[in-house]
Each structure stands twice: as structure tokens, then as C-alpha cells.
Design a binder for this molecule. Structure first.
Ligand code: SAH
Length: 353
């Protein structure tokens, strides 16, 4: 099936041309696609054309299998279903400055980080550009009910975006296109565990999104214990790639740091972290560990988190603690999909009602 929402307006025009239609039809089609309208409802296209298209194409290949809404903060967690039955997650968060969608780039992940639920069964497959845009369109559809739309995107659902490089870049071009969803690159964050050559390649794409690095450790020895990627690239090499990204794009980067009890959350670690990134144009996002039942890692205590933050502050490193959202609906990466696959859906629904 052709995934229309994964095509640029130029490609949609070509598609209409192949069907013997005018460029004008291409414009009409592009407008419908951006609004997520199914082919049968594209009322200004001739019925026969719509019929022909329906045999070979869909506007959006993704559908919402289930929505869980947090009673604590209104965060909504989606279980999205792909055409082949695979499931991925998305999280829609409402902040004062607008709505942010966290979306997935792969079914599962092959990076193997010890704390992450998405990677437990490895990577099943990459998502297509249309499957990524489709998640945004579905969130927009739901937000339209309250007169809102997605204003910010974070690529922090399941998957390593730079391990699905071409599709991710195509996706970013589609959502930032003025005649596409027209989101500003500045309102998009791409989070990576640090594929160094891909960071360099990404610097040259002319897509000045906010780059987030999942660092999670103050030295290579600790990082190797929790992130297999650390065996490939040292922290030094990784931070050098970030510095090149900053130099090329002029964008500040985000350093993500999960605080894990007994591993990386003491003041000495904070001082070591400060030493690594001193002078770099960056902001540190401290993330409380979301407990994953399959792993026996412990979240740091509130006191440890506060002390860590104070230590960074003393070293003049800009840092904040990430607000936890949707804690009652399995906020952590990959947990909802696993829950669904392993028959926990009913249990979750029980807790909801
Ligand atoms: N693969 C990319 C993006 C997806 S993960 C990356 O590694 O950055 C998005 C963020 O969630 C990453 O910072 C990741 O380290 C973090 N994360 C994964 N599991 C988590 C958990 N159990 N608790 C808190 N954060 C987690």
C-alpha cells in the first residue's frame, strides 16, 4: 500500500500526474493528506479517482489501537498499530507552551541499553516515514477536538532514530516542510544513544533540530556497564561529535542523564560530568529512572537527585530535573507495548476505570 502521508507534496503531485490528473489535483490531495483525511472523504476529488486510489493507497497507515489517559496530568499514551500488526507507543503531553508528542522510530530497538524496556526483544523493524508522520496525524486528530494541535515533537519513543537514518531524515523533512505539517525544526528533539558517524552525517542535513544525547554516565567504565554503544564510541569521541553539531547548526544540545541508584548518582559523578561538558553549549536533563520490571535497576532517591542537581549548579552547569508525566500509565519507554504483547492491557484498563 502506498502511504500518502509519507510523501512530499511534490511526490503527491507526481502521483496525481501518473493518474492523468492535473497539478491542481496534486495540491488538493496534499491538503487532505496533511489534515489526515482518509481517501474516501476527499470530497473535491472525483469519485472514480478516489475509488482507484483506495485500491492501492492509504492516507495514514497507522491506527490507534488504544489510548490510556493519566488521571494525574492528562498525559495520553497511545498504542499505535502498524499495517502488519506491529505495535509502537506514543505519548502526548500537554505543557503550558503547547502539546508535545513523543513518537517511535522503530518497532523495538537494537541498542541494548540495560535500563530500557524497548530493547528487551531487539529490533523488529524500522518504521517508514509514513508510519512516523502517521503518529503525528493521529495525535492531531485527537487534539482537534479541543482546538489544539501538536506543536513539539520528541523522537524518544521506541527505537534509535539514527539507526533508521534515511527514514528519520525524510520524516523530519516532511514535518518541517512549509506545505507539510510546517513544524519548526527548533520545536523537534531527536534523542540518540550516540551513533557518532550518524551524528556527523546529521549535522550536514540542514535540519537544525535539538539534538539530545543519552549520556547517562560520567565516564566510559560506567557507561559501558549500561549502554553497549559505549563499547563502540568513547564519551570523548561522542562529545566531540556533539561539539561539531553545535558548531555547524548553532544549536544548544541536551545531555540526558538517568540517575540510577548505586551506579551514577553520587556528587562525585556530578563533578565528573561537569568536568566533561564544561564550556559546552548544552543543558543537562536529569531523568528519574522509570522502573522496568524485567530489570533490577533502582531509581536514585529524591535526596540523591537534589544533591546531584546542586552539585551541577555549583559547577555552573545548566541543568533541570525532567518532570515526570503519566506515571500511572506506564510512562517508561517500551513498557506499554510489552504490556500489550504480554496481555497486560486488561490489567491496565482495570486500573484506569
Ligand atoms: N534511542 C534514543 C531515543 C529513545 S529513548 C536514545 O537512546 O536516546 C528516549 C530516552 O528515554 C533516552 O534518553 C533513554 O535513555 C530514556 N530511557 C529509556 N529507558 C528509560 C527508563 N527506564 N527510565 C528513564 N528513561 C529511560
Amino acid at each position: 500500500m502506498i502511504q500518502l502521508c509519507g510523501m512530499s507534496s511534490a511526490a503527491l503531485k507526481d502521483y496525481m500526474k501518473q493518474k492523468g490528473q492535473s497539478a491542481f489535483r496534486g495540491d488538493q490531495l496534499a491538503k487532505w493528506v496533511v489534515s489526515g483525511t482518509p481517501i474516501e472523504k476527499m470530497s473535491n476529488l472525483p469519485a472514480a479517482l478516489r475509488e482507484e486510489m483506495r485500491g492501492e493507497a492509504v492516507t495514514n497507515p497507522v491506527r490507534v489501537r488504544e489510548i490510556f489517559e493519566s488521571k494525574l496530568d492528562g498525559t495520553r499514551k497511545f498504542l499505535f498499530e502498524l499495517p502488519d500488526g506491529n505495535l509502537v507507543e506514543g505519548v502526548l503531553m500537554r505543557y503550558r507552551h503547547g502539546c508535545t508528542l513523543c513518537l517511535s522510530t522503530q518497532v523495538g530497538c537494537r541498542m541494548g541499553c540495560l535500563f530500557c524496556a524497548s530493547t528487551l526483544d531487539g529490533c523488529v523493524r524500522d518504521l517508514s516515514p509514513g508510519e512516523m508522520v502517521g503518529q503525528v496525524l493521529l495525535a492531531n486528530e485527537i487534539l482537534a477536538e479541543s482546538g489544539e494541535r501538536v506543536g513539539n515533537l520528541v523522537l524518544m519513543g521506541s527505537g534509535e532514530p539514527l539507526d533508521n537514518y534515511d527514514n528519520t531524515v525524510t520524516f523530519l523533512r516532511l514535518v518541517t516542510a512549509p506545505d507539510g505539517l510546517n513544524l519548526s525544526a527548533r520545536s523537534i528533539s531527536l534523542s540518540t544513544c550516540g551513533l557518532v558517524p550518524m551524528i556527523d552525517r546529521f549535522s550536514g542535513e540542514g535540519l537544525p533540530v535539538t539534538l539530545s544525547l543519552s549520556l547517562h554516565a560520567p565516564d566510559d567504565a560506567i557507561r559501558r556497564r549500561i549502554m553497549p554503544i559505549a563499547k563502540r564510541y568513547s564519551i570523548r569521541e561522542t562529545l566531540d561529535a556533539l561539539k561539531r553539531y553545535i558548531a555547524v547548526t548553532g544549536r544548544r544540545v541536551i545531555i540526558e542523564y538517568i540517575l540510577i541508584g548505586g551506579l551514577n548518582c553520587e556528587p562525585v559523578h556530578a563533578r565528573r560530568l561537569a568536568g566533561l561538558i564544561r564550556g559546552m553549549q548544552c543543558h543537562v536533563n536529569l531523568i528519574p529512572l522509570n522502573k522496568v520490571s524485567e530489570r533490577d535497576l533502582l531509581p536514585a532517591t529524591d535526596r540523591q537527585v537534589d544533591a546531584f542537581l546542586e552539585e551541577l549548579d555549583r559547577s555552573h552547569i545548566s541543568a533541570t530535573k525532567r518532570r515526570e508525566m503519566g506515571n500511572d500509565i506506564q510512562g517508561a519507554c517500551g513498557q506499554l507495548r510489552r504490556g500489550a504483547i504480554h496481555g497486560m492491557e486488561k490489567q491496565l484498563r482495570g486500573e484506569q476505570s
